[in-house]
Design a protein around this ligand. Structure first.
Ligand code: ADP
Ligand code: ZN
Ligand code: MG
Length: 478
């Protein structure tokens, strides 16, 4: 990257709220149904209808505002944002412009300018000839999505790179997921992120001309799109040119940026106060509920796990994925004597890998209970079975849901702890492998690996590695 210039990025994130019904009518919210089955006169904008705000949406919004450390507005108001497009049947969108419900927050290193409530547009489907209307190019509109409650979160331009946007975006997503107010599924569009990007001389306080990168369905793509756009802008300004304000689309397939619209076509939204809705004035009880119902958020949880001794990597993994955190907590709850660091490594390491290996099983459908995994971890920690045998047991547990003790017994995997029995096997291994034994005696200690391997083979991995080493050294006289 060009050292003389720095990138400046601000985000606008749309979060679909997972309420039962839409923002201003009683239509059900659901993804993937037949087109236009969840519609009514309100969300189709038939003449004479009036919107009624969804109280649950207001409550969810307040929770998001509280989780982002925002000041929650005692009074917020709705405005009409006028634009003419087929996905918007009223020809205006109800949003909050002048008085949003939450302002001045902060999540991690990024300040939140504000968050506002609005309704989602319907979904336009371009058939491109081969579509539902055969042989023709058509644009179809599915109004099921129209009127879905959205919270738009607008950050200050505090981000500086694509990687930082990805990391912060993942923290934001985990935080909202934790609240349980949205599915935050980027592929299904329940979380959408637009990035505003500019460059300026490093150290400058003024903002350069920005472009806007629209709607990508993963934070990896957003990272790549932002990096491509930063490179493009730096090249322009380094050559003495000027960035043109425009809206861009990034194609992750080709890595190319395309212009969607330029400033000349930029909208004039002619905002005006929504006359059909009274201001939102939440009760003190609603504010209290939003603040008091906050669960432990990912940033705080990661810190707590690290304090328990969990490795940095495992702590981040666990705190960004609520299901995994819940599972880890379940393991810890099942057996208080387990070392949290060891438990976290089993959960995020061997166990996660085994689920992936066996048909990519989702955690929610895993046959292994947290208590079952806790038992397995204890068996290994207490040296009842070796670590290698533990993996064999886990494989069977993931496949069949069997209890670890049963698998250990059936497969005869108990660690050989009787030194007498192990000693015989060690002596035999030295006899059977005279070459490495000779090398070790001659000072090549590395050759001991071959003898350890021979003992493990003879015991089917059931021997305690430390004990094997000790006995080998004793009998080789080193
Ligand atoms: P607009 O009026 O174009 O909507 P706003 O001032 O409302 O712009 O900001 C929208 C988003 O763009 C915010 O996240 C803000 O932080 C970001 N932003 C504004 N100006 C710039 C800039 N010059 N460079 C990068 N991001 C910016
Ligand atoms: Zn409706
Ligand atoms: Mg704006």
């Amino acid at each position: 990257m060009n050292a003389e210039y720095e990138a400046v990025i601000g985000l606008e994130i749309h979060v679909q709220l997972s309420t039962k019904t839409k923002m201003f009518c009683g239509c059900e919210l659901s993804f993937g149904d037949d087109p236009n089955v969840h519609t009514c006169p309100v969300c189709l904008a038939l003449p004479g209808v009036l919107p009624v705000p969804n109280e649950q949406a207001v409550r969810y919004a307040l929770q998001i505002g509280a989780a982002l450390g925002c000041e929650l507005s005692p009074v917020s108001t709705f405005d009409r944002k006028n634009y003419f497009y087929p996905d918007n049947p009223k020809a205006y969108q109800i949003t909050q412009a002048a008085n949003p419900f939450a302002v001045n927050g902060q999540l991690g290193e990024v300040r939140i300018h504000h968050a506002h409530l609005e309704e989602d547009a319907a979904k336009t489907i371009h058939t491109g000839g081969g579509g539902r209307i055969s042989g023709s190019d058509a644009s179809l509109v599915d109004f099921n999505r129209g009127g879905t409650p959205l919270v738009e979160i607008v950050t200050e331009p505090d981000l500086r790179s694509g990687a930082q946007v990805r990391e912060w975006g993942q923290l934001l997503r985990a935080t909202i997921k934790q609240l349980g107010v949205s599915d935050v599924n980027m592929e299904e569009g329940s979380l959408r992120c637009d990035a505003n990007i500019s460059v300026r001389p490093a150290g400058s306080e003024t903002l350069g001309t920005k472009t806007e990168l629209k709607n990508m369905n993963s934070f990896r793509f957003i990272e790549r799109g932002i990096e491509a756009e930063i490179a493009r802008q730096m090249e322009i300004v380094s050559a003495g040119g000027q960035v043109v304000q425009e809206t861009l689309h990034f194609d992750p397939g080709t890595g190319e940026l395309h212009s969607l619209r330029s400033k000349e076509e930029a909208h004039d939204y002619r905002y005006l106060p929504e006359p059909d809705l009274v201001p939102v004035v939440p009760t003190q009880a609603m504010f209290d509920a939003a603040k008091n119902s906050l669960p432990e958020l990912p940033a705080a949880r990661a810190a707590r796990y690290k304090e328990l001794g969990v490795s940095e990597q495992a702590a981040l993994l666990l705190s960004f994925e609520t299901d995994w955190a819940g599972y880890f907590e379940g393991v810890m709850a099942a057996d208080a004597s387990i070392d949290p660091r060891v438990a976290a490594n089993w959960v995020t390491g061997e166990f996660a890998a085994e689920l992936r290996k066996q048909d990519d099983q989702p955690l929610t459908e895993a046959k292994v209970t947290p208590a079952g995994l806790a038992t397995l971890i204890s068996l290994v920690a207490d040296r009842k079975i070796s670590h290698g045998a533990g993996k064999t047991v886990l494989e069977e547990m993931v496949a069949s849901g069997a209890e670890p003790v049963t698998v250990v017994a059936e497969k005869g995997l108990e660690q050989i702890s009787d030194s007498g029995e192990l000693e015989k096997i060690v002596i035999q291994a030295i006899e059977d492998n005279p070459k490495p034994a000779e090398q070790i005696r001659a000072g090549n200690e590395k050759a001991i690996g071959a003898l350890v391997g021979a003992v493990m083979k003879a015991t089917q991995g059931r021997a305690d590695g430390g004990e094997v080493n000790r006995l080998l050294r004793q009998h080789l006289g080193i």
